[in-house]
Design a binder for this molecule. Sequence first.
Ligand code: NAP
Length: 314
Amino acid sequence: MAYDVIIVGGGPAGLTAGIYARTRKLSTLILEAQAPGGQLAWLYPTKSVYDYPSYIAVEARELGQMFTLHARESGAQVAMEEVVEVQRLKSGFKVRTRPGNEYDTRAVILAMGMGLFEPKRLGIPGEVELEGHGVDYRVRDRHEFKDQRVLVVGGGDSALEIALEIVAAAKQVTLVHRRGEFRAMEKNVEAVLKSPIEVLYNAEVTSLEGDDRVRRAVVYDNRTLKKREFEVDRVIVNIGFQPTATPLPRWGIELEGERLIKVKADMSTSVPGIFACGDIVSYPGKDKRIVTGCGEAVTAVMSVYRYLKAPYWA
Ligand code: NAP
C-alpha cells in the first residue's frame, strides 16, 4: 500500500501538515527521529514558549504533545523513525528509515526543521566519562534540578535561558562564561543579572571530576589564572549545537547551501511530488517561527492535494 503523503519530521510544521492532510482524507504517515513534537520537545521540553498565539505561555513538551495528539486524532499515523532515504520511483517515492523499514508514498512533505544535531562539547578531562552522570547538554526536566548545585557553561541565549529556567528550583546556579560579556539578548542578560545566579566572567572550566557522578568542576579565571574548585551536583554545558551530516544533498532537491530547501510560494521543491515547510525551507523573507512553519504546512498540504488530483484539479 502506498500512502498519499509521507511527512518527514514531527515538529509543529510536520504535525500541522498531518492535521491538514487529514482534512482532505489523504492517507498520511508522519516520521519523526527524535521526539514527538520535534526539536521543540527534544531540545527544551520544560522551557516555556511565549509566542504561540492563544497560549500566553506553554511548556515546549506540552505544546509538542498537543500537536502530536491532534495529528493522531485526525487520523495521521505518527512513527518514531529516522528517515535516511527518499528515493524517486516511476510513480511516487520509497522512503527508507533507520530501523530498516520501507514505505511507499505518492508525495512527500519535508519538515525536518534544522535537521539532527549534537551538542558542542568542551573537550575537557572528565566530560565524556561523566556525560549522563550529572553532566548534560540540555535540560530534560527542570524539576530534576531541585535543591541541586548546578554549574551552567556558556554565554549565549540557550545557556542563559537554561540558568533562568532552573534557578527557582536549584539550590545554587553558577554561570560560567569565557568572555567578559554575554552573547545573549539583553532581555536574558538583564534577567540573569537580576536573579540569584552567580556569574563568572572570563572563566573556563578545565576539568570535571567525580566517581559515579560529577562532584567537582575546576574553573580558571583566564585573566588572572586563579583556580577555583566548585562542589557540584550537575553540570550543563550549553555552548551551541552542531548539525550532524544531512542526507538532503543525496535526495536530488535544489538546496540553498547544504541544509535548506529552496521552495516556491506553493512550498513545492525542485522535485515534482516533494514539498517542504518549516525551518528547513528557504525563500525570500522566510522567518523561523512556529506559526509561520504551521502556515507553510497548510500551503504544502494544499499543493500536495492539487498534485495528487492532477489533471482533474482545475
Ligand atoms: P550561541 O549563541 O552560539 O552561544 C554559544 C555560547 O557558548 C557563546 O557565548 C560562546 O562564547 C560559548 N562557547 C562556545 N564555545 C565555547 C567553548 N569551547 N568554551 C566555552 N564557551 C564556549 O549558541 P546558543 O545559545 O545555542 O544560541 C544559538 C542561536 O539561537 C542564537 O542566535 C540565539 O540567539 C538563538 N536562541 C534564541 C532564543 C530565543 O529567542 N529565546 C533562545 C535560545 C537561542 P563566546 O560568546 O565567547 O563566543
